[in-house]
Design a protein around this ligand. Structure first.
Ligand SMILES: *[C@@H]1O[C@H](CO)[C@@H](O)[C@H](O)[C@H]1NC(C)=O
Ligand SMILES: *[C@@H]1O[C@H](CO)[C@@H](O)[C@H](O)[C@H]1NC(C)=O
Ligand SMILES: *[C@@H]1O[C@H](CO)[C@@H](O)[C@H](O)[C@H]1NC(C)=O
Length: 191
């Protein structure tokens, strides 16, 4: 009896050690830097993310002096809607989605692709251990680098026919959503 119990305990411990599937928190916010192939520059945005209802808000940070348009975007994947406000003109367009749903967290069917150490290994506070996953979502291949302990996104890359290759780097993530209205369409879009 004791043997069976310890075998079961051993199995559970072994399973718990597998990096896959790791569970990313369902709601978080932070900053994301994305290379925009259309505009040929890195855009930096504050974002809020809700995995359960598949909603993302992105406020692009304006680079003063650069002669390009900046946007405040709300993506509601469950409604197939994208709200896009030009930060300068405050004009809003409501359209179907211009990009596929690629979660910021690790999907349950992602494949574990290895472990790495970002920064200076062995120097305290100068490194973070990460796990890398990859997979395919609606035929769009992606990979994700997440922190090994809490499965927090660090980098996500994907390819889709609509967007081409997209690489996103995440910073300053905090868990939860601080502004409950962040997923309500901007006022400019209601007229
Ligand atoms: C809205 O659509 C029009 C016409 O396609 C375009 O000229 C304009 O730049 C768009 N505005 C935004 C905020 O996307
Ligand atoms: C990790 O991904 C790369 C590129 O897709 C692939 O060549 C490699 O075999 C993968 N390794 C594992 C362990 O899945
Ligand atoms: C992307 O385009 C290629 C070539 O046209 C096609 O074979 C593939 O199915 C498309 N992928 C998706 C996800 O639509």
């Amino acid at each position: 009896m004791l043997l069976i119990v310890s075998l079961v305990v051993l199995c559970v411990v072994t399973l718990a050690q597998l990096p896959h599937p790791c569970r990313t928190p369902e709601e978080f916010e932070g900053r994301v830097v994305t290379f925009d192939p259309d505009r040929r520059f890195f855009s930096s945005a504050r974002f809020a993310y809700d995995d359960r209802q598949r909603r993302v808000r992105e406020f692009e940070e304006v680079d003063v002096g650069r002669d390009v348009d900046y946007f405040d975007r709300l993506f509601l994947f469950n409604e197939n809607k994208e709200y896009r406000v030009n930060v300068r003109t405050r004009q809003c367009n409501v359209t179907g989605l211009s990009r596929p749903w690629i979660p910021f967290g690790v999907p349950l069917d992602a494949m574990f692709n290895g472990t790495g150490d970002i920064g200076a290994s062995g120097v305290p506070d100068e490194h973070v251990i990460v796990n890398i996953f990859n997979g395919v979502n609606d035929n769009n291949p992606y990979f994700m680098t997440v922190s090994a302990t809490d499965c927090i996104p660090i980098q996500v890359g994907f390819f889709s026919n609509q967007t081409g290759g997209v690489l996103r780097n995440f910073f300053d993530i905090s868990l939860g959503i601080s502004d409950p209205e962040v997923f309500i369409p901007p006022q400019e879009c209601s007229t």
